[in-house]
Design a binder for this molecule. Structure first.
Ligand SMILES: NC(=O)c1ccc[n+]([C@@H]2O[C@H](COP(=O)([O-])OP(=O)(O)OC[C@H]3O[C@@H](n4cnc5c(N)ncnc54)[C@H](OP(=O)(O)O)[C@@H]3O)[C@@H](O)[C@H]2O)c1
Length: 379
């Protein structure tokens, strides 16, 4: 593995020479996305990685941190451990997770949150208060209360492309539309690849339980499929979209339609999968009713001022959402200028594309932070 220790003066991403201190990168999360991100960071061309030093990584158990940068051997050992599903606390040089925050006091830093946890919030708060950059694939921090949203977004040193649509250019497109003076009027979206897969299978004649088992076996669902079927993941994405276009909203304001009844909420996953056949008849009936109106079922998010909701809806098969297949995501963005709406579609999940979205954010934010340090404004 390449040596990551690079604290010397370098050319910046984007090519501008600098005599500034390297930006320290600390990464929280070493799961599917986190490990893909380390691979992609290592494979960057020198000109892109220049000026950035990976100083810390953490999982839920511990951290590795070196102010001068993690050397290749240390990092290779950590990656091998995580691939073998060992905790970082088994690494001989591990530190308490809080050690990672030292990076925030030592010069420019970007903290990258590729966990799915609320527990990173204190670290992110510390980073924001210290003026550090923050890059998120983790939706949860952005779904805390509005005061936290303002704290995280207020500095201009936040990027969160991968929180909605993984590597698809969703958040950056919304930012671009707004920066150029357009007004986003409404966003409609199929924001869960898992649920898109499920309902295209049902449309093709599968029962709900068979489609669910197939999605579970293909690892399209979370280990507990209720994390997808409960709708909260889509609700979080809808909240992030809403807040991004200026709608003041809390997560609790969004009506969420779960795809299973409350009495199935607490049973073990194996029982839930076994008993999911009880829901087949209801979904077949809903499918037939939609078909009678010439429609197909999709689980959709609707985001517009005064009207944010998510749930199952019948849509014409030839509509953008109706013609969606497999695990793709889709966003249809209506704006003042784009009355014939703009569409963004493609893979909305997967460690590789998600990590690519995160990496793009890191490079973009590094350029913006440099510009800001040199007297410009961080956009
Ligand atoms: N996978 C995708 O396709 C995809 C797409 C879009 C967005 N995302 C988002 O990307 C994030 C990561 O997804 P993933 O698939 O990589 O998840 P994952 O495989 O479950 O990995 C999560 C990682 O976070 C670590 N972690 C948990 N709490 C932590 C804490 N307090 N401090 C530091 N590390 C902590 C876990 O540690 P342990 O290893 O110790 O458990 C694990 O390494 C999630 O927020 C997800 O919603 C994922």
């Amino acid at each position: 593995m390449a040596n990551y220790t690079r604290r010397t003066r370098r050319q910046l991403p984007g090519g501008a020479p600098s005599d500034m201190q390297d930006i320290s990168i600390v990464q929280l999360g070493l799961g599917g996305v986190g490990l893909a991100l380390l691979d992609q960071f290592q494979a960057l061309p020198d000109a892109s990685r220049s000026g950035l030093t990976l100083t810390g990584v953490a999982d839920s158990s511990a951290a590795l941190y070196r102010p001068e940068g993690l050397d290749g051997d240390t990092l290779a050992a950590a990656v091998a451990m995580k691939r073998a599903r060992s905790p970082l606390s088994a690494h001989p040089e591990h530190l308490p997770a809080a050690a990672i925050a030292q990076a925030f006091e030592r010069g420019p830093a970007i903290v990258v949150d590729v966990t799915a946890s609320e527990a990173t919030m204190p670290t992110l708060r510390q980073a924001a208060e210290a003026g550090c950059g923050i890059v998120l694939a983790n939706k949860r921090p952005l779904c805390e209360d509005s005061a936290t949203w303002r704290l995280l977004t207020g500095s201009g040193r936040l990027r969160y492309e991968a929180t909605v649509g993984a590597g698809l250019p969703v958040i950056s497109t919304l930012a671009y539309l707004q920066r150029t003076g357009d007004t986003v009027l409404k966003i409609e979206g199929a924001l869960s690849g898992t649920l898109s897969y499920l309902f295209t299978r049902i449309e093709n004649g599968d029962s709900f339980s068979a489609a669910l088992r197939s999605a579970h076996e293909l690892n399209y669902t979370e280990p507990d499929p209720r994390d997808d079927l409960g709708g909260m993941d889509v609700a979080r994405k809808a909240l992030i979209l809403a807040r991004t276009i200026g709608i003041a909203l809390e997560l609790s304001d969004i009506a969420v339609q779960a795809l299973y009844p409350p009495e199935m909420a607490r049973m073990p996953v194996s029982d839930f999968l076994a008993q999911s056949a009880k829901l087949d008849q209801s979904y077949q009936q809903q499918r037939r009713e939609a078909a009678r109106e010439g429609k197909v079922l999709r689980y959709l998010a609707h985001v517009e001022p005064g009207n944010v909701h998510i749930g199952l809806a019948g849509v014409p098969p030839e509509s953008p959402a109706g013609s969606l297949h497999g695990t793709d995501n889709l966003l249809v963005i209506h704006t003042r200028r784009y009355s014939n709406p703009m569409r963004i579609a493609g893979p909305g999940a997967g460690p590789e594309v998600t990590a690519a979205g995160v990496l793009g954010d890191i490079l973009d934010l590094a350029i913006a932070m440099r510009a800001q340090e040199q007297g410009g404004r961080c956009l």
